[in-house]
Write a protein that binds this ligand. Sequence first.
Ligand code: AMP
Length: 398
Amino acid sequence: MSKNLILVLNCGSSSLKGAVLDNDNGEVLLSCLGEKLTTPDAYITFKKDGQKHRVELADRHDHTGAVGALLDELKKYGLDADVKAVGHRVVHGGEKYSASVLINDEVIAQLEACIPLAPLHNPANLTGIRAAQAIFAGLPNVAVFDTAFHQTMPEHAYTYAVPRALYKKYAFRRYGFHGTSFRFVAPEAARIIGKDVKDCRLVIAHLGNGASITAVKNGESQDTSMGFTPLEGLVMGTRSGDIDPAVFGFLAENANMTITQITDMLNKKSGLLGLSGLSNDCRTIEEESGKGHPGAKLALDVFIYRLAKYIGSMAVAAGGLDVLVFTGGIGENSDIIRERVLGYLGFLGLKADHEANLKARFGNAGVITTADSAAVAVVIPTNEELMIAHDTARLSGL
Ligand code: AMP
């Protein structure tokens, strides 16, 4: 019997992440990661049934070549004819898109118009769309935006206090990202406490290498920590998060740095990496902090304090707190960070359940607060690919 398989693509400028999901049961049948694309060293790694193997892309080293190699791999298993649609993670939909959309020429033109808002990401996403259109000719393509979920933010939450002309002329405002993850996690969290998402006040911390936190009320995003770009907000693997914008003038004058150099430093050399001088990887930071490394210890302290502070402010945006959710690689696995964050939140009535917190790791969901807590904290593994696959199937009429 023919399956309803959806190919989910997430393209970066030199990378391509792909997953083929069975839309009926959410199973991932094949996944891949193409790296160093557009260079002669390009290769793609496929994973099926826990086994990995690598294919060099020498003579077809661009994104289209990588998608072509993926089609060849699907043919090997006789799965190619079952792929019915392609879903694309698209970083920026601007103010135009508050939901996923079936891609046509007009949508492509709109995505091109959004390039100034996401100059690093949207061109790569468009490359992925064109590659899929060329290799999987005739299949429907769907764009699923990181920004879409946050289009419900009220004006007072998305507006920066700068001259109004900047918004009118350049659409300079807060957008927020990780929307697909928040949209997946919110109803799951409500289900765990036996409520409808529309009746819950949620604060969701998506903590991965990139990290952001969102307030959800009535099932809708009310505020989120990332802004015009993903740089704003929490401390991240390599991003500073919130910082006084005067740092640009200060470093230009005193360190002779250019705007590009400062932007690069704030995005790629700051956060856990910059503070520790060791790594952007939270596991390394935790290990070294445990051994007494002062930079790693400070990195963890700043990360945790900023996160706790943001949870308090997001509880304001949600009008209170019923459920605090931890997700993303760090949120799903770091019992250390979760317990220390909860330690700051006693005033909101949250009390960590030490044993439950230790159990909720490595893919295990669960409540991590004690029964007498005034609000519940839960760990929920996110699944952005599944969300993209479901949207893609729905909009493709499957
Ligand atoms: P993501 O971007 O969602 O894949 O998350 C990546 C982050 O999750 C990295 O900083 C990892 O170090 C972190 N992470 C993964 N496993 C663990 C773990 N067991 N303990 C702490 N952090 C973890």
